[in-house]
Design a protein around this ligand. Sequence first.
Ligand SMILES: NC(=O)c1ccc[n+]([C@@H]2O[C@H](COP(=O)([O-])OP(=O)(O)OC[C@H]3O[C@@H](n4cnc5c(N)ncnc54)[C@H](OP(=O)(O)O)[C@@H]3O)[C@@H](O)[C@H]2O)c1
Length: 422
Amino acid sequence: MGISDKANSFKIGIAGLGTVGVGVVKILQENAELVAKRAGRTIEIVSVTAANKDKDRGVDLSSYEWVENLNDMATDERLDCVVELIGGSEGPVLEMVETAIGSGKDVVTANKALMAHHGYRLAGLAEEKDSAIAYEAGVAGGIPVIKTLREGLAANKVESVSGILNGTCNYILSDMRVSGRNFDEVLKEAQEKGYAEADPTFDVDGIDTAHKLTLLAALGFGAKPDFDALETQGIRYITAEDINFADELGYRIKLLGTAKVQGEKIMQAVEPCLVPTNSTLGRTSDVYNAVLVQAQPVWKNVSVGLGAGEGPTASSVVADIIDLARDHKHPIFGVPANDLESVKWGGSDDFVAPYYMRFEVEKSAEAQEGIKEKLEQAGVGVEKTLMKDGFVVAMSKAVSGGDVRAAVKDIAEEAVILRIEE
Ligand SMILES: NC(=O)c1ccc[n+]([C@@H]2O[C@H](COP(=O)([O-])OP(=O)(O)OC[C@H]3O[C@@H](n4cnc5c(N)ncnc54)[C@H](OP(=O)(O)O)[C@@H]3O)[C@@H](O)[C@H]2O)c1
């Protein structure tokens, strides 16, 4: 049988024809021959569906069946694979994915929320049915970071996974630095330009980053994915002043998702952090994402690329389809679901690191000295301080997040505290 033999084709249904779904249809139409060679057989779109049948999507869908009901696609015996590109972690989408797996089909999805909340259970179900769930596009869009962790670095013991995983936040923080404008102003413009959603909560409050970090931590540490164990803070409280002070100290502020081994625990948090200006994370600006893995014996592995958008995301979806067409199935989190461990998670307060603290004060040298003294009395070593525009900024020596927060609470009612990731 040749690669263009229809009887041997890998038959898919695509649910969701928005930004990513249309991108996938375009690749499968425009690069059909190339994709078939790489997959070893033709990828045949049998059926498609979306909320509104009559919408003009700028692609020719006339040769595909339109399915009215998600369940009909999930149970269609002709299909090898359902490609879920709708989004949302509950309701009909979850039901469709469960039904598709339950009826022995593979699933490809870009849906990190679904995988972060239900991935563990879905992985068990898929193993029972000998089907696969592939979700490369769900984490860092066009960067093949799941493949990197699960396959490329399979020989390694992972020590930490850290990344800029949300392009919208990175764009906002980069713009605030360059323009000197505050968060609200930059967010509003990003919404007008279509870089941020009308409801930006998932992005700017760190939830999207938390979904992605949940999956990376599971893959990196062979741990049961546990979204609820993850502390999450967004970027709304970062001011133009913080960005300027960070700059002056040789740092950039980035929303980081970090999971790292520290003693018996795996520490994890999503929070804005200072990273050195000249580091990979510091140099990753605008809508770019970056993922840094530290592992033994490889030492450091860095991936940078576009984390969202039609092309990058669809690229990862099609790569997963090709893998499955070749029958390359991998345990969903790198090891069988039963072997995933319940680990001891730590949070923000347990991270031992240097910290940045900003206090609003009366302008006086005594205020600067006073804060330094009080921090040191409370057991927080101070590396340096600076005073400017009615603020004192202090950089601590390595200390736990809990200790630094307790010390600051006794000094000021309000202060900004950010971890420094060296
Ligand atoms: N956009 C990105 O850059 C990106 C990056 C990484 C991951 N993702 C993930 O990819 C998934 C899709 O994102 P997207 O940006 O492509 O979303 P989108 O543009 O909003 O598209 C969603 C699609 O789902 C359809 N839909 C909504 N409810 C439906 C229902 N009940 N039944 C059938 N179809 C339904 C919509 O139909 P209509 O078109 O008719 O309204 C639309 O075609 C999400 O999980 C998202 O998190 C997106």
